[in-house]
Design a protein around this ligand. Structure first.
Ligand SMILES: *[C@@H]1O[C@H](CO)[C@@H](O)[C@H](O)[C@H]1NC(C)=O
Ligand SMILES: *[C@@H]1O[C@H](CO)[C@@H](O)[C@H](O)[C@H]1NC(C)=O
Ligand SMILES: *[C@@H]1O[C@H](CO)[C@@H](O)[C@H](O)[C@H]1NC(C)=O
Ligand SMILES: *[C@@H]1O[C@H](CO)[C@@H](O)[C@H](O)[C@H]1NC(C)=O
Length: 162
């Protein structure tokens, strides 16, 4: 195999094993509700656990997700929407009492040590922008599809060079 092609394949494989990173976490306001957009990579091959939490006065409160148990007080106020590369958490009736550091965390299970990736955003009621104009349009080019296409391309090239 051509060494350059070998390196490209190796990079693709590395990309695969690391493809569950949280890339960004943003906060904005819809009416009186807080919306948190957690964008992440997704190669969709492994099981991923997720968690939204709020750290306030050094105390962590789990809001939603599959990692920790969401606190009862928040359970009725949160709703989660999920697409391939984004999780959107809505916290109803946001007030000053909900200010703090919000965290979105992903954890790939079945690996030791587990692969953990997170992002934080500091949320203050008076600094929050309205969500208008912040598009929910998801960048959803399928990594896997691109990978498969490039892999078969490499194979074809390899075949020709034989
Ligand atoms: C938000 O507050 C309104 C008015 O106080 C109330 O009617 C509504 O049930 C609350 N929503 C949630 C999800 O707690
Ligand atoms: C990754 O994408 C697949 C669908 O392609 C979806 O079923 C899975 O829930 C996604 N993973 C996360 C963590 O959202
Ligand atoms: C987010 O905050 C947590 C707890 O304070 C910290 O462990 C983590 O490294 C932070 N993540 C980033 C991406 O800064
Ligand atoms: C990509 O996003 C568009 C619009 O948000 C949606 O219609 C389409 O089904 C998505 N494609 C995939 C593969 O998720």
């Amino acid at each position: 195999m051509n060494p350059i092609i070998g390196i490209a394949v190796l990079l693709s494989v590395l990309q695969m094993s690391q493809g569950q990173k949280v890339t960004s976490l943003t906060a904005c306001l819809v009416d009186q509700n807080l919306r948190l957009d957690c964008r992440h990579e997704n190669n969709s091959l492994l099981t991923i656990q997720h968690e939204f939490s709020l750290t306030r006065e050094k105390k962590k409160h789990v809001l939603a997700g599959t990692l920790g148990v969401p606190e009862h007080a928040y359970r009725s106020r949160t709703s989660l929407k999920s697409q391939r590369n984004i999780k959107v958490l809505t916290l109803a009736n946001f007030t000053h009492k909900d200010e703090g550091i919000y965290t979105c965390e992903l954890q790939v299970s079945g690996q030791s040590p587990p692969l953990i990736s997170n992002q934080n955003v500091s949320v203050l009621r008076d600094k929050l922008v309205k969500c208008d104009g912040i598009s929910l349009l998801v960048q959803n080019t399928s990594w896997l599809l691109l990978l498969l296409i490039s892999l078969s391309l490499f194979q074809a090239m390899d075949f020709i060079s034989l």
